[in-house]
Design a protein around this ligand. Sequence first.
Ligand code: PG9
Length: 615
Amino acid sequence: MTTLIKQSFFVYLITSITLVGTARAQAKASPDDKYDKKDVMIPMRDGIHLHTVIYTPKEANEPLPFLMERTPYGAENFPSPEKIPYYKDMAEDGYIFVCQDIRGRYGSEGAYVMQRLPRNKKDPKAIDESTDTYDTFDWLLQHVPGNNGKAGMLGVSYDGWTTEMGAIDPHPCLKAVSEQAAHADMFLGDDFHHNGAFRLSYSFEYAFMEEISKTDSLFPFTLYDTYEWYLQLGPLSNVNKNYFHNKLPSWNNFAQHPNYDSYWKERAVQLQLDSPRVPNLNVAGWWDQEDFYGPVTAYETWEKNDRHHFNHMVIGPWNHGQWAFQKGDKLGNISFDSATGEYFRKNIQAPWFAFYLKGKGDGHFAEAITFQTGSNTWKNYDSWPPRQAIPKNLYFQAGGKLTFDKPAANNDQYDSYVSDPAHPVPYRNRPIEQTYGPDSRWYTWLTEDQRFVHNRADVLSWETDTLQQDITVTGKLIAQLFAATSGSDADWIVKLIDVYPQQYPKEPKMAGYQFMVANDVFRGRFRKSFEKPEPVTPGKIESYAIDLHTLNHVFLKGHKIMVQVQSTWFPIIDRNPQTYVPNIFEAKESDFRAATHKVYRSANAPSHIQLPVME
Ligand code: PG9
């Protein structure tokens, strides 16, 4: 790691307003702060000390609660709370703010373990993120004067996950939390895999960033366009051979656990979250490029046992953590007509903590508050997804059409393409800057205009006629593909797209824009089981049910609905060799072969998307 790279990463940290957890570095503490700032090393039960930054207001009229965030991204970057949008409204209400480096990161002692497993409770000496949280609160209550004996926790992504870990076995002082964009299941839907397909560029760069040293480091790519770099990398076995040399535990685990085995299941929060023991506000962004599956799954899991009505859901039109730092009136090229991030911070997040930690407000929080895009309005629901939606199938038809009528007669009709791992479809417009690199467009890629791949021979599309009325889609979406390949494995990527009118006076440059409102990838070998993959029989029509998650979007009158299907999304998803090998991390160069894929649209194999339509 050269100094140059580290410096450029630092410049990025300071200028970026989107890298969650580290974006705080944009505002450094200054002498006119309204806070007394203390850096302390707090002892844990096993003698390890954790570096903790405490901001206590210089003036307070009453004892104050703690608000704590625990992070792997550097508590030293935590500026005065009134200077960061995330905390500004709450700073005005009055809290003692605490930010702590988790074990082994930045200023804390001990060993870092990515996604540390919950401890064995039979071992009195065992530690985990939950005991570290508990021990920290014990210390804070005794050593920080002026506290009211109550505490809250919040954080985005990794810091959201440490919030969950603090809440599963809570210290009695913990009265409310907000888990925001925490990952739930790294094999099924968050940072490292989606439906078993490996998120190559993210996983490679993140494992390096977190595990090569105690502080964050960027991988020293030799090419600016990482599409080209990952293509030249060749088979995944070259990662350890040429770069990581078996030194990064997370990468080794990716390579050794290619299927949904106990390694992944033990880390999935579906197993860890039972009945919510403190009120929790789950927060997600519709275009979260890292962890959308996570908070929605945490909400669903906790909801099963929510006896005290502690569990709530908020979803806004945001990328990963955008609600914490930005105005939120726009994401990439898409406008939302109001400052949704500011709205969340002032009208949802601040009242949430003020009620539970300071006894202020009426405590009426809707079960689910989600921002409906298209109509660009906030909506409250008494369940998420709401029960009123009626599932309707939108079928793929001949001539690139998409209609609500099931294909009649004719069997075995299909559209086809050749998918070649040597020429994968880029997941975003090239150049693909490294994920967290300077000027990276990673944060907005999910909102990019899909016309950049629309006419490729290896991307199929079907679209409706111009809509004569609005279609409101609220709830869970599923793509049902009937497809075959000449190979023995294949990836299937499905994208649901809102096509803007070709004349669009409201915003002329958006005319014809192909705005992706839902998407996901499915690795064919897992069609019957994520635990036990199976080769696909060449030429056989197989059925693939692909979870496109939830949505709240109005396809407006005058727009069209489009579906695109493709089989590569590089380098966010690694290349499927299309020749079945038991472990793709061990595939040889010669295993990667072009294959012909067929997507069926006939009476016996009616590929479609199931939409939850609100009447
Ligand atoms: N998405 C990041 C993450 C990666 C891996 C594990 C947990 C979280 C993050 O933003 O923190």
